[in-house]
Write a protein that binds this ligand. Structure first.
Ligand SMILES: Cc1cc2nc3c(=O)[nH]c(=O)nc-3n(C[C@H](O)[C@H](O)[C@H](O)COP(=O)(O)O)c2cc1C
Length: 238
């Protein structure tokens, strides 16, 4: 089985890639072939919505995305990994995902249908562990500028507004996974699992040095993915 690992983190020595590599090393040890694409080392322009792909079935922009799509069609399974950046995938991953749009055209045949995909997401903020997460997180990232501005106008009532902000209750890691899941589904891929490593802060070595359970999980998941992917390739479930 041929696995394509598409890495959305620009930190090549960071947590997300470390988990993806652990996953892939484990799959490789069961006999899989693995290729890695580090999106930050590729030239991938953002989609310009020219709609040329609607009829042509190929993108009008000529850059490294073309070669990645070829690799995807040749692969049997995928690992998509990204840290959470501003509640979402990284810009590198988003550009790549947007540009897979052309694969669906013109007849919604992508050439990757039915192939398994696994997601790996790393995030800095604590989520499930911290009951005050929503407030901390939204204060830290989303509303601090709003607070700073509003505080000049109406001191005292600002924090209450933040607390009742209908946009506040979210879970950035789940939202990021959901994006990977939704785009994969549109491409016809079969999402089979994910790892969400939360509370990593900004320490690029957090997983390597302090999270043996995440490392074990990634290794175990790689081996399982190889097994399940092999069965799917052989259509053994049909
Ligand atoms: C620009 C930027 C935005 C970020 N936004 C978030 C965020 O919205 N939520 C969060 O939990 N962590 C956020 N982080 C933290 C990263 O997700 C975290 O450090 C992650 O472990 C980085 O993965 P890496 O080690 O693979 O680079 C952000 C980091 C950067 C650089």
């Amino acid at each position: 089985m041929k696995i394509l690992s598409i890495v959305g983190s620009p930190r090549v020595n960071g947590n997300t890639r470390f988990l993806a590599q652990t996953f892939c090393d484990s799959a490789r040890s069961t006999g899989c072939e693995v290729e890695e694409v580090i999106l930050n080392q590729k030239k991938i322009h953002g989609c310009i919505h020219c709609d040329a792909c609607l009829e042509a079935g190929v993108c009008s922009i000529k850059d490294d995305q073309e070669e990645i799509i070829e690799k995807m069609r040749a692969a049997d399974g995928f690992v998509l990994s990204s840290p959470v950046y501003c509640f979402s995938v990284t810009a590198q991953m988003k550009a790549f995902l947007d540009r897979t749009y052309s694969m669906c055209r013109p007849k919604w045949v992508t050439g990757v249908e039915g192939k398994p995909v696994f997601f790996i997401v790393g995030s800095g903020a604590p989520v499930k562990q911290d009951p005050n997460y929503v407030l901390h997180h939204s204060l830290t990232f989303e509303t601090m500028f709003r607070i700073a501005r509003a505080a000049k106008l109406a001191q005292g009532s600002v924090l209450l507004k933040v607390a009742i902000d209908p946009m506040a209750p979210f879970d950035a890691t789940s939202d990021t996974l959901r994006i990977l899941y939704q785009v994969s589904s549109i491409l016809g891929l079969e999402p089979v699992g994910y790892i969400a490593a939360e509370s990593l802060g900004h320490d690029r070595d957090a997983v390597r040095n302090h999270r043996p359970e995440d490392v074990q999980n990634a290794a175990a998941s790689g081996a399982k993915f190889a097994f399940v992917g092999g069965m799917m390739k052989a259509k053994a479930f049909l």
